[in-house]
Design a protein around this ligand. Structure first.
Ligand SMILES: C[S@@+](CC[C@H](N)C(=O)[O-])C[C@H]1O[C@@H](n2cnc3c(N)ncnc32)[C@H](O)[C@@H]1O
Length: 231
């Protein structure tokens, strides 16, 4: 997705985004509650963090994005304050600067939580650096993967995090985006990155060419991705 499309994404708070945030709000604290007793350190990595807020296009009101929602959930629960670290990664320079400001302002009022880390760069590169800093051994980590389309959701990076003990990934990708790239004349490197290998991507690409039925294509994408994660 282009830079301008990524930026436009935040100018409208769509139902799909609201549903995603509802799932996150239920899933994230549940994960930390389960793991808080046996672990001194827990981590959230929001790999496609965005600018921190959305604008409701009808009312003009500001609506919290995933980074603000996450740190508010942490601030609401004293048991998370000195346990949960947060890393927010964003590649777009304008959105990153807005993210830093939004997260920084919240932290200035809530210093009871661990200081959030906002990192400018791409998901694959920055998570790779975090992993090498800790020699591949992350504290139990909730990984949120939320690209605007499909591009950048590196399978290898998700796999490297999932290899660490007690880590969990919430992966949200645009299925229309997968359908679109699978419809291209040649196998796209984006599909290879998403599926983690050329043979896996080729298998999905070939399977999708066998049917025009939207429902069946959707099920094929999900089942191939699920099988890849299980591998
Ligand atoms: C769907 S939006 C994220 C929304 C955010 N998770 C939320 O719910 O508030 C995707 C974001 O990822 C950023 N992005 C795109 N490619 C990226 C990459 N490879 N690494 C990190 N961020 C990326 C875009 O600039 C955009 O801000």
């Amino acid at each position: 997705m282009s830079k301008s499309k990524d930026r436009e994404h935040f100018e409208d708070y769509r139902e799909q985004t609201a549903v995603k945030h509802e799932i996150l709000a239920a899933y994230l604290p549940a994960y930390f509650h389960i793991l808080k007793a046996g672990n001194k350190n827990l981590l959230l990595i929001d790999g496609f963090a965005g600018r921190g807020t959305y604008t409701n296009s009808t009312t003009g009101d500001s609506v919290d994005g995933s980074p603000l929602r996450a740190i508010k959930l942490i601030a609401e629960t004293p048991a998370f304050h000195d346990k949960v670290s947060t890393i927010f990664i964003e590649s777009d320079d304008v959105l990153f600067s807005q993210l830093e400001t939004t997260v920084g302002e919240f932290y200035a009022q809530h210093q009871e939580i661990r200081k959030p880390h906002c990192i400018h760069g791409t998901f694959a590169q920055r998570v790779g650096e975090v992993l090498s800093t800790v020699n591949g051994k992350l504290a139990p980590t909730f990984l949120f993967v939320d690209p605007c389309g499909v591009s950048g959701a590196s399978f290898d990076t998700i796999r490297a995090v999932m290899k660490c003990d007690k880590c969990e990934a919430f992966v949200f990708f645009n299925i229309d985006g997968v359908r679109r790239i699978a419809g291209l004349e040649k196998l796209s490197h984006v599909l290879i990155d998403l599926m983690g290998s050329q043979p896996r991507a080729q298998k999905l690409y070939d399977a999708l060419r066998e049917t025009d039925d939207t429902g069946k294509r959707e099920m094929l994408i999900l089942s191939h991705y699920r099988a890849a994660l299980k591998e």
